[in-house]
Design a protein around this ligand. Structure first.
Ligand code: FAD
Length: 370
């Protein structure tokens, strides 16, 4: 017996009413893509999700930006992740009858002379993603003093449509249970698992930041960070670009824009703060030459980790329990890619990339089980 978890080799699945191949906990971006790929591979899947209104996936802006940070360098594995994301969001969107991805540019309004110099220096080396932008074109819309560069191509994902439409699909297949999963009611046997009336072959945790309290995985090096965003109406701002000057303005749902964000590792609650609202109001008042109206303010916690690499795979000791988590700031690009790797591993034993495979934490996870 591990804290809050019943490990019992002699579980009898005869108590169960259903025996799906997989029970998935959580329907954020991770649970959505993992259930999609497993169902596509012919497996039976049940997803439990409590439909929390401010999960990381629901608060995220949905941007996949190939170059980030002050040094404007390529993000990890972007050459593989970006084309894969474009292909998979397009395909899943077709299946669900909705457009989930659009290609766009980030206009990078340099906030200082140093940042302008850094961008221009990188422009000489990074010819694929960095470009000069037409400054004159933007002078009627924005106040800026240090020029503007363009990052292209970027992707913008409609996460709201993804989660809503996939949830409907799961409901239609009778594969979604809307409730809070409790590890107190989970029994893990050598062969099967028992959770209430379900006896799945395997249980996979895609529970985002709640995973930090998971008795089997809580020793993983999580480093959660809180992010806030303002939602505003900016009627005269074109919706085919993402605009960045320290904060980022991203086209969002229903003609609204998302403005964020913060990266706060020392938070005491997960609520929006007055300080951030004031900061964004000041930013928009200064940066925009056009009118805006703030309509909402949201916040969530990113399931980030110290290594900035995801947690993917089966528990090294408990081989019928798995995890897809730790996506940090990059769930939109990492989740589809590693959900596919994990599904291929689960159905055809194809290997998971060693940098992402949770078995790299074998010693830490073994210690925890004793
Ligand atoms: C402000 C902000 C902006 C961001 N912007 C971007 C961006 O532009 N691009 C990008 O790539 N990433 C972005 N991210 C990061 C991205 O949101 C995350 O990497 C990603 O959403 C994580 O997805 P997930 O499925 O692992 O977790 P989650 O989205 O947290 O999903 C977990 C799901 O499990 C459910 N759940 C948890 N515990 C239980 C339980 N016990 N019982 C039942 N259900 C449960 C939750 O309700 C939720 O639905 C942003 C994050 C934040 C906070």
């Amino acid at each position: 017996m591990s804290e809050g978890l019943n490990i019992n080799p002699s579980i009898s699945p005869s108590l169960a009413e259903a025996e799906p191949d997989f029970l998935i906990i959580g329907q954020g971006i991770c649970g959505t893509f993992l259930s999609h790929y497993l169902i596509k591979a012919g497996k039976s899947v049940v997803v439990i999700d409590d439909n929390k209104p401010f999960s990381a996936s629901k608060v995220a802006s949905g941007v996949i930006n190939p170059v980030t940070g002050r040094r404007i360098v390529r993000t990890w594995m972007i050459e593989d992740l970006l084309p894969f994301a474009l292909q998979e969001y397009t395909a899943l969107g077709k299946q669900l009858g909705v457009s989930l991805v659009k290609e766009c540019s980030v206009l990078d309004f340099h906030p200082s002379l140093q940042m302008k110099d850094a961008f221009e220096k990188r422009l000489e080396e990074e010819k694929e993603y960095l470009h000069k932008a037409n400054e004159l074109h933007w002078q009627q819309t924005f106040n800026f003093h240090f020029g503007v560069g363009e990052i292209n191509r970027c992707l913008l994902i409609d996460i709201d449509a993804l989660l809503t439409k996939w949830r409907e699909q799961l409901q239609f297949q009778n594969a979604l249970i809307e409730e809070t999963f409790s590890s107190e009611e989970l029994s893990i046997g050598d062969g099967r698992i028992l959770y209430k009336k379900l006896s799945p072959g395997k249980i996979i945790f895609c529970d985002g930041v709640s995973g930090i309290d998971n008795p089997l995985f809580k020793n993983l090096p999580y480093s959660p960070n809180k992010g806030e965003a303002i939602i505003a109406r900016i009627p005269d701002l074109p919706t085919q670009y993402i605009y960045k000057q320290g904060l980022t303005i991203v086209p969002w749902r229903n003609d609204l824009f998302w403005i964020g964000s913060t990266y706060d590792w020392n938070f005491t609650d997960t609520l929006p703060t007055g300080a951030f609202r004031d900061k964004v109001k000041n930013f928009l008042t200064y940066f925009l030459k056009i009118s805006f109206e703030i309509v909402d303010h949201i916040a969530s916690v990113r399931p980030a980790n110290m290594e900035r690499r995801p947690f993917v795979g089966l528990h090294p000791q408990q081989r019928n329990v798995g995890i897809l988590n730790g996506m940090g700031t990059k769930g939109c690009s990492l989740a589809p890619f590693f959900a596919k790797q994990f599904a291929d591993f689960l159905t055809s034993k194809k290997p998971i990339a060693p940098d992402a495979d949770v078995k790299r934490f074998e010693k830490i996870l073994a210690r925890k089980m004793n």
